[in-house]
Design a protein around this ligand. Structure first.
Ligand SMILES: [Zn+2]
Length: 62
């Protein structure tokens, strides 16, 4: 799994971490990434609330 650097404002919601980063082209992205073994969920969102909502509603795959 990739591990983007320069995350900031990282919070943890259950097994999911939400962080804000720049995508290198002047835009800010908000990433939700699950740290549970075998899950691998990771997604980018254009806004912070979307990423946090995804983290709160995330359910790991069995
Ligand atoms: Zn998960």
């Amino acid at each position: 799994m990739s591990r983007p650097n320069r995350f900031r404002d990282v919070i943890r919601i259950g097994p999911v971490r939400v962080g804000t980063r720049y995508d290198g082209r002047g835009r800010t992205k908000h990433t939700a990434a699950c740290g549970a073994p075998g899950c691998g969920f990771s997604a980018d969102y254009p806004d912070r609330s979307g990423a946090e909502l995804a983290a709160r509603t995330h359910r790991c795959n069995p």
